[in-house]
Design a protein around this ligand. Structure first.
Ligand code: PLP
Length: 431
């Protein structure tokens, strides 16, 4: 019996050793493969610092089932709650990525100023996160933008320059001024460095003599250590924020079980980053654009040409307000939008967006901004085109709080004949 017991013991030990080795090997292979799967040609992902304070609270937002829309369409309609980011919108991700990439590349230094020409969420997000990186924020906005916008930005510590609205081709368009301000901040910083070298002392130690003219010629602190133009439309850090963040989060939160993604585009960063990531993971996931009135992207996606009805009718100059939605719709191609992988596009109207916002408020308790409402219009359109049983994901970009003076103002809506009247989803053909 003894030799038999020994033989059994040997077999058991050998089996255990083999299974441990297989488990260890598969762990390493699995780990390697999963790392390989998430790494991509577009990633510039560096290891994150251990604890990044406020910045760590950005992203990883909940993906919720929008019950009313899911029940009405027979699809699972999911919304990514980007309004829960600390700066209140999806643009927090973009602000972090733009600043981190600029710091890593040495294009922005601590003590430097990030400039942006934007009246919207990106400026608010940049102003929110810049101090976390030891930087300042300077925002140039058209002087017809709501006064609350500059008040919020100034309260956040940004400097704000309100300028006359002119065409983007004009050198004094607010985006062009913002670009110029970054150059000026760099020139000022290099002048300071030269003075520093000549005196061999720190300027402050030296009573830092700077002429009054030099002080007046600058909109920045005289000790600013340079500038960086965020350039959210063309800077692909915007795309990467979604390709490396929003897209992978959606994939993980759905366990890869989704059929479609839909979003509107303002710079194109969100729709491009998410669509590209999801389609690389599974080419069967359909990605769509929902386009507001006045935007040329619907025609770009469906026919390959940038074109709007409003432009063709020569209405653009007479009526610049083609849509009351904010932050979405484009009439020029951007580097960020060019990265998108889209299967199709839908058009949404202002009336649909207004009705949708009130429907979601009444039925789900969701208080959303105009672009989120338009995205939900898109989600229903996609659900209708795919049929029941599918999972459709969209983005809830910001909350209704930022939209009180227009999108949620009954007098403003009445002026544009957009007073909501629907009781259900009849405005989208659902009884
Ligand atoms: C509130 C809001 N929603 C949506 C968007 C569009 O996102 P993207 O610029 O990624 O296309 C923007 C862009 O500025 C925005 O401000």
């Amino acid at each position: 019996m003894a030799p038999l017991k020994t033989a059994v013991a040997v077999i058991v030990v050998a089996a255990a050793t083999i299974s441990i080795s297989i488990a260890t090997l598969s762990y390493f292979i699995g780990n390697h493969l999963s790392k390989k799967n998430t790494k991509s040609k577009f990633s510039k992902n560096k290891k994150k610092a251990k604890s990044n304070g406020l910045v760590d609270a950005i992203g990883n937002t909940p993906l919720i089932r929008i019950n009313s829309l899911s029940n009405a369409t027979g699809c699972k309609i999911l919304g990514k709650c980007e309004f829960l980011n600390p700066g209140g919108s999806v643009k927090d991700r973009v602000a972090v990525k733009i600043i981190e990439e600029a710091l890593e590349a040495g294009k922005l230094l601590q003590g430097g100023v990030v400039t942006e020409g934007s009246a919207g969420s990106t400026a608010i997000s940049l102003a929110t996160v810049a101090p976390a990186y030891g930087c300042k924020c300077h925002v140039v906005i058209p002087d017809d933008a709501a006064i609350e916008k500059s008040q919020i930005l100034e309260a956040l510590g940004a400097t704000v320059e309100r300028v006359r609205p002119v065409s983007i081709t004009h050198r004094d368009h607010y985006v062009n001024i913002a670009r110029r301000r970054a150059v000026e901040a760099n020139e000022q910083a290099s002048k300071l460095r030269k003075l520093d070298q000549v005196d061999g002392k720190n300027l402050e130690q030296n009573n830092g003599y700077i002429s009054d003219i030099e002080k007046q010629s600058s909109v920045f602190s005289i000790y600013c250590s340079g500038g960086f133009f965020a350039d959210q439309f063309e800077n692909l850090a915007n795309f990467r924020a979604h390709y490396e963040g929003t897209g992978p989060e959606i994939w993980e939160q759905t366990d890869g079980n989704l059929d479609a993604f839909v979003a509107a585009a303002g710079t194109g960063g969100t729709v491009a980053g998410v669509s590209r990531f999801l389609q690389e993971k599974n080419p069967n996931i359909k990605c769509f654009l929902i386009d507001p009135p006045g935007s040329s992207l619907f025609n770009k996606v469906t026919r390959g040409v940038m074109y709007t009805k409003e432009e063709a009718e020569g209405r653009r100059l007479k009526n610049p307000f083609d849509t009351i939605t904010e932050g979405i719709g484009i009439n020029r191609m951007t580097q960020n939008f060019l990265m998108a992988k889209l299967d199709g596009a839908f058009r949404g109207t202002d009336k649909e967006a207004v009705e949708m916002s009130r429907f979601l408020l009444k039925n789900d308790g969701l208080f959303l901004g105009s672009s989120s409402a338009m995205n939900c219009v898109g989600a229903v359109r996609v659900a209708q085109s795919l049929g029941p049983g599918h999972t459709v994901v969209t983005i809830l970009c910001d909350s209704g709080m930022r939209h009180l003076s227009k999108f949620y103002d009954s007098q403003y809506l009445a002026l544009y004949e957009l007073t909501p009247t629907a009781t259900r989803l009849e405005f989208l053909g659902i009884k």
